[in-house]
Each structure stands twice: as structure tokens, then as C-alpha cells.
Design a protein around this ligand. Sequence first.
Ligand code: CTP
Ligand code: MG
Length: 227
Amino acid sequence: MSVLALVPAAGQGLRLAAGMAKALVHLGGVPLVVRAVDGLLASGVVSDVVVAVRHADLELARGLWPDGRVVVVIGGADRSSSVRAALEHGLRRRPDTSTVLVHDAARALTPPALVVRLVDAVAAGLPAVVPVLPLADTVKRVDGSGAVLVTVDRSVLRAVQTPQAFEVSVLRRAYDLADPADHTATDDAGLVERLGEPVHTVLGDPLAFKITTPWDLRVAELLVGAG
Ligand code: CTP
Ligand code: MG
């Protein structure tokens, strides 16, 4: 029984606009994907890690983990294709996998304690678990011109983070069922929801925020003391 972590890192990073894949951008001298993987391994509950990167970044990324503890594969054109590639590779390598974590490389500062909470929840019998935070801002629905249609009840809404944790057969069925050409699910739990399987939530962590824009990278630099 082992815990397999998949790290999609094959995005372009268009919103960060650093002129390179976001996962390879340095934060305090360490690439974001290395920080994300270090957080997973530091949890002590992850047995194997598969990282999916762009084809162009394959050699560079393999050089980040010369000891082979972390396997690097080529990702796809969208996030779910990257996760699918990593999942197939990871399960071939570790057929005894019991739990799969999927974690964005861009959530570089995710605390190991959050990883433990998620793995524990699956070990306790939940098929799918995601970390969430309540929304601080008021939320409104608007029309195409930006005019407000309605104020949404934010008390029933949650912002969803990663790692997302799954009992292996549930994630496998979700990806088997998903149409590879359908890009409407923005997270893995979204595919599990389509199976009709329950998805549970645990409290996330502000440090698991996704580094998306230059502002986020600036905040991250300040947080690691590299500001
Ligand atoms: N990702 C991936 N393969 C893709 C697209 C995204 O593995 N084809 C990964 C990213 O590398 C990132 C995570 O999915 O770790 C979340 O995606 P996002 O924050 O949107 O990253 P990018 O797609 O790189 O950024 P952008 O959308 O601004 O281009
Ligand atoms: Mg993207």
C-alpha cells in the first residue's frame, strides 16, 4: 500500500509571463516545482512522486532530481492531460498504490501538515478529499457587460486548493470515464464528481495558494524571506 503523488508542472505560465514554464521559475533560488515536491516528501506519507513537464523542459527537469526518487514524464496540452500522463506512468511503476495525491507545482509553499491531513482522510475511508478555504470577499454574479445580476451567498462557497487526495480506483475510474478532449473540469475532484462519488473537504491552508500572477510570486518571495 503506497501513496503516489502526481505533480502537474507542464503549464506555460502565461499569466506569470516569466518567459519560461512557471514550474521552473525560481523562488528564493529554488524552482517552484522543487519546492512543491519537497513539501510532499517532507510530509513523510508520500512514497513516490511523478512530475509532468513540457517536452522542452524534460532534460532540465530530470536534472533537478538526479537520484531518481522523483520521476519526470512529459505532460499534455491541458492540465488533465498532464495528470493523466503522470497517473498512467505512476500506476505502472507502483501497482500497489492505494492513495493518489494530485498537487499543482504552482502551489509551491503548501505545508506538509496539509498533505498529511489529506492522506489521513483517505486512509480513514473517504474516496476523495480536497482542501478548501472559505471566501473572504463578497461574491457577485455579473452579466457579459459586468453589470451585477445578483449577490451570491458566499457562506456555501469554498475556494479549492491542492493537493487533492483520492482512493486509487476512484481517480482511475474518473480518468477512464473522462473525455480527453473535454477541458471543462479545472480540477481532478471535478472528474470524480461526474462519477457520482462523494467528494469531501478538509480545511486548506493559505500557504497552499497558487502562484499564478507576478503579484502572487511577489507575495511568495516575501513569505520565504527573498523579498
Ligand atoms: N499544468 C500542466 N499541464 C498543462 C497546464 C497546466 O501540468 N498543460 C499545471 C501547471 O504547471 C500548474 C498547474 O497545472 O502547476 C495549475 O495550472 P496553472 O496555475 O493554470 O498554471 P499554468 O497553466 O502554467 O499557468 P497559465 O494558466 O497562467 O498559463
Ligand atoms: Mg493554466
